[in-house]
Design a protein around this ligand. Structure first.
Ligand code: PEP
Length: 251
């Protein structure tokens, strides 16, 4: 069975005081849970949150990484810098980056490579729009996104990637995919990874993201190929996020 993981994506939210309270609540709540937890926070708060997490069992993650190693790339943050401040993970190819920053599959692959070279675990986001789902293109779109990255990686590197299936229409809308809908796509992704990685595909964590909350988490995690979650809005409330982690630990 693949490792479970619940990753928080705070997006562009937070403040020094608010982060202290939120992280304190999450740390206390997940202390006795067995699932892996990572908080992906805005870059300016990485050092602060890293300090708050020190010595605990929650990992730290960035929300994006530059495709470049270093140099004259104003505003960008390198994989080396993320490692330097204690990150273990980084979100790559989130649909908001693809949409608002024009990130192509080629750029997403370059970012995944940079993350892996630096020793970070990339959380690769893939997912279809509502129009694509309604026109029956979900599998084709998602597989193209998955294959454009996995096809560009050596086997050893490919085994370290975490995949997050995030249907765009479910992100931030309160309208999560049903467990069956999500499982369908996760099964498709798993089979594609099997042709690439053989038996090792079973070990690649497949996360679902899109309006996961304390009420729907357990039914999503009951699905065979849903190993964990990437959680946006609900990760900003300690109690709700801890409930999601507890549901994952119980799976
Ligand atoms: C996300 O931003 O990755 C996400 C899944 O958001 P939400 O949980 O708010 O839908």
């Amino acid at each position: 069975m693949a490792r479970s993981l619940v990753a928080a994506n705070w997006k562009m939210n937070g403040s020094l005081a608010g982060n202290r309270a939120l992280v304190g609540g999450v740390l206390a709540g997940v202390r006795d849970l067995s699932c892996e937890v990572v908080l992906c926070v805005p870059h300016p708060y990485l050092a602060q949150v890293g300090g708050l997490l020190e010595g605990g069992r929650i990992g730290l993650g960035g929300q994006d990484v530059s495709a470049h190693e270093a140099g004259a790339y104003t505003g960008e943050v390198s994989a080396g810098m993320l490692c330097d401040v204690g990150c273990s993970h980084v979100v790559v190819g989130h649909s908001e980056r693809r949409k608002y920053h024009g990130e192509s599959d080629a750029l997403v692959l370059a970012k995944v490579r940079r993350a892996l070279d630096a020793g970070l675990v990339p959380i690769l986001c893939v997912g279809e729009s509502r129009e694509q789902r309604e026109s029956g293109a979900t599998d084709r779109v998602v597989l193209a996104q998955v294959e454009s990255v996995f096809g560009g990686l050596a086997d050893v590197a490919a085994r370290k990637v975490v995949v997050a299936y995030e249907p765009i229409w479910a992100i931030g809308t309160g309208l999560a995919a049903t467990p069956e809908m999500a499982q369908d796509v996760h099964g498709t992704i798993r089979r594609a990874l099997e042709t690439r990685l053989g038996q090792d595909a079973a070990d690649v964590p497949l996360l679902y993201g899109g309006s996961v909350n304390a009420d729907n988490a357990a039914s999503l995690f009951a699905m065979k190929d849903i190993d964990g979650a990437l959680v946006g809005g609900a990760s900003l409330d300690a109690e709700g996020f801890v409930s999601i982690c507890a549901a994952n630990a119980a799976r």
